[in-house]
Design a protein. Structure first.
Length: 280
């Protein structure tokens, strides 16, 4: 009989750990995915782990209303606009902060990350009061402003950290050659910073795409709701919940971020790695 070595025990524990958390994370995803294609009878049958026959009824009218597509479109509009504005603000700000000299600017960079670490939902009353004063309650513009306010400090800090990987001598040489600062920013800094820009953009998009609390407070009209809030409305009665429609909508809602992340994942990983380079 082969002797059991400590390394074998370590491997067994490691594999057991990975298997346990893989099942813990993937099983709910599988159940929601399969539920979208089950009939109403099979959904409540605990013996039916796999659908006996794929049913697409949950994706078709009248089960799946056009309003659901409107909610997904609203999420795309809000998340994309918030991402674009956040990137346009954060990249020049992060670059300027990295190139500035003095203790004040180093302190400001620390304040940026501390501002992001502040509990977001603790500020909800203040944001609602501001949006009320500006007449932006129940508007996508108001929600976009909230998302930009929360994500800009973090993305600015990411860009700030990344800029130390770009030599200042390069910019100084271009200034001597007659390049304007705007041209250096658009022609040199933006292309060289593309990985960290994608990283910040993906972070902002995912955060805005999945955010619930502020969307619930700011928006109230059914045709303005984002998809996470729309999901919560799929309860037509006190005892009847359209689970197949709920899961079908969840499945469709998960497709856009998956496509975006899959298309840009190599830049995202590169940006995370190189963004760790920071001056002492």
């Amino acid at each position: 009989m082969r002797e059991i070595k400590p390394e074998d025990v370590s491997k067994l524990l490691a594999y057991s750990y990975i298997l346990f958390f893989s099942v813990l994370m993937l099983y709910p995803i599988y159940w929601a995915f399969s539920g979208a294609f089950k009939s109403d009878v099979e959904i409540f049958d605990p013996t039916k782990i796999f659908p006996s026959k794929l049913s697409f009824s949950a994706f078709l009218p009248p089960s799946f209303q056009m309003l659901y597509y409107t909610w997904i479109g609203n999420s795309m509009l809000v998340a994309s606009t918030a991402t674009l504005i956040t990137v346009l603000i954060s990249v020049p700000a992060g670059h300027a902060l990295a190139r500035a000299r003095g203790r004040f600017y180093r302190t400001l960079s620390t304040v940026l990350i501390l501002a992001y670490l502040f509990p977001a939902y603790f500020l909800i009353v203040g944001f609602v009061r501001l949006l009320s004063l500006w007449g932006l309650i129940n508007t996508h513009v108001g929600l976009i402003l909230v998302y930009v306010a929360f994500n800009t400090p973090y993305v600015t800090y990411l860009v700030y950290s990344y800029m130390f990987a770009i030599p200042t001598e390069l910019e100084e040489a271009l200034l001597i050659d007659g390049y304007s600062k705007w041209r250096i920013l658009t022609k040199i800094i933006f292309p060289l910073s593309f990985p960290i820009i994608i990283t910040g953009a993906l972070w902002t998009f995912m955060w805005s795409w999945n955010e619930v609390i502020y969307a619930l407070v700011v928006l109230s009209s059914p045709n303005l709701l984002t998809a996470p809030i729309g999901l919560a409305t799929l309860q037509p009665g006190e005892s009847i919940i359209p689970w197949s429609t709920f899961w079908a909508f969840s499945l469709l809602y998960s497709i856009p971020p998956l496509i975006v992340f899959y298309a840009l994942q190599k830049y995202y990983i590169s940006g995370l790695m190189r963004g760790a380079v920071k001056a002492a």
